[in-house]
Write a protein that binds this ligand. Sequence first.
Ligand SMILES: Cc1cc2nc3c(=O)[nH]c(=O)nc-3n(C[C@H](O)[C@H](O)[C@H](O)COP(=O)(O)O)c2cc1C
Length: 181
Amino acid sequence: MWFEEELKLSKAQIPTAVCLSTVGNDNHPNARFVSYKEIIEDSFIITGPLNSRKGTEIEHNNKVALTFWWTETERQVRIQGVATKLSEERADKYFNERDRDSQAVSSVCEQGKEVDNLEQLQKKVLEKASDEIKISRPANWGGFSIKPIRMEFMEFKQSRFHHRKLYEIEKDVWNLKQIQP
Ligand SMILES: Cc1cc2nc3c(=O)[nH]c(=O)nc-3n(C[C@H](O)[C@H](O)[C@H](O)COP(=O)(O)O)c2cc1C
């Protein structure tokens, strides 16, 4: 509901941006923005290459966090949860929904690998995008479904007397606490 309210007012080019935090393989927290897709079966969906840094970190430790900051409605949502790989069918669905340029980048590039020749790589992407052949999902492209265990909804107040509601799940029951600003 909060997301829908933000979407109505947002002037952002990518209002779906959400910060995904993972635990690095060296135990350093690691964070980057990704695009939030939707909620399915009470879980948050994100997509991307599975053999990227985020993918290998999640494979190593599936405890992750998502953090939204919505500028128009001045609300922050913090989610901690457990990530599970999307099925092949779901991954196909999200890949097929991507525009052709994004599909070409995902098909040609190995996200996070060092670039030997940037111009050559870009040329390959352009060639891929401009031919007529259907771009199929690379085997290493997919996504994660993140089942929340803790969620905090904060309404930012100029007075700094923010309103914070913390939900935590215990034995399938969500408990709600109002917490101090
Ligand atoms: C607004 C925004 C949205 C993004 N959406 C995605 C996304 O949905 N999936 C993705 O893999 N990377 C996305 N990226 C790129 C990531 O921030 C990041 O550079 C990439 O996933 C590599 O991260 P990693 O090396 O930790 O795996 C997005 C970046 C921005 C700024």
